[in-house]
Design a protein around this ligand. Structure first.
Ligand code: ZN
Length: 299
């Protein structure tokens, strides 16, 4: 199944459901950043979460940034996802590997660390981003985002994300977000029914591994609760907007003395984009041109 995001409703609009498949996105991130197994799982989960969170925003330019900073060896995780279906991200220490946890699963909680913070920034595209911070509860990412939605955005939600990665690369990655909207949140039986359904869902990744599609997974969860699948399927992809021109712009800001130093000592400059791992090289001639530009601007 191609990487995609689909939306559904249930309980006469009282429940909002979004599902995303990010198998190729996570595999691309794994290759770009040379991620370990546990780092692949952590970044893949966070990228799925980013696409799920941004899916409820309205303006086309909307973006969500998720930053997770725990006390584990992985260091920070940063993800940037857009309503246009693009996502990018990185982890601070991509090579960290840990033994599996007690359940035999990749130990994302330990790699991220249970103590720390989750920061979410929602940016609608005209300069007043809304940001919010909560403490981590497990570092497993799905739990932490569910807690964020409940405490910070006051929407009873379940966010389930998973990644399956083996020697042959990523074979399944994705997530679902189920939210009970205000008009249905007072219906306690509905909320309880949904909670028990989600608790029974034996993890999301095994279902994807079995070859279940997103509509089939929604059917399992909400089939008897008036499920309505929305017709639009959105394609999602790994995309970074970095470019050589932007790198030159950043180098130029270093100023004349620093650029001259790079020409003399390094015979050029090399810059790596954190988000996508792309390496950009500027020659001495290109740096000299930046110095010329700077001098022309100050005249
Ligand atoms: Zn980039």
């Amino acid at each position: 199944m191609a990487d995609q995001l689909i939306r559904a409703t249930a309980a006469e609009g009282g429940i909002r459901a979004v599902g995303v498949i990010t198998t190729r996105i996570t595999e691309e991130a794994r290759q770009r950043h040379q991620l370990s197994y546990v780092a692949t799982a952590a970044l893949g989960r966070t990228m799925s979460a980013g696409l799920l969170l941004v899916s409820s925003m309205k303006r086309a330019e909307s973006r969500v940034n998720i930053r997770i900073k725990g006390n584990g060896p992985l260091g920070g995780i940063l993800v940037d996802a857009g309503l246009d279906g693009t996502v990018r991200g990185y982890v601070e220490n991509p090579a960290v590997e840990l033994p599996p946890n007690k359940l035999g699963k990749l130990d994302v909680g330990k790699a991220v660390g249970p103590d720390g913070y989750l920061y979410v920034v929602r940016d609608v595209g005209y300069g007043y981003p809304y940001s919010s911070t909560v403490e981590l509860i497990s570092g497993e990412i799905g739990d932490d985002l569910t807690n964020y939605l409940a405490t910070s955005e006051q929407t009873p939600s379940a966010l389930i994300v998973g990644v399956f990665v083996g020697a042959e690369g990523v074979t399944a990655s994705g997530g679902v977000l189920i939210q009970v909207l205000p008009k249905a949140a007072r219906d306690e039986t509905l909320v309880e029914l949904l909670e028990s359904r989600i608790a029974k869902l034996s993890g999301f990744t095994p279902l994807l591994q079995e070859g279940k599609t997103l509509p089939e997974i929604f059917q399992l969860l909400l089939g008897d609760m008036g499920l309505v699948m929305l017709p639009d399927i959105q394609m999602v992809r790994f995309y970074c907007g970095c470019s050589f021109d932007r790198v030159l712009g950043a180098l130029k800001m270093l100023g004349e003395a620093e650029l001259q130093d790079m020409i003399e000592k390094d015979e050029g400059a090399e810059a790596t984009c954190h988000f996508c791992g792309e390496i950009y090289q500027a020659t001495s001639d290109e740096l000299a041109k930046l110095i010329d530009d700077l001098q022309a601007e100050t005249v």
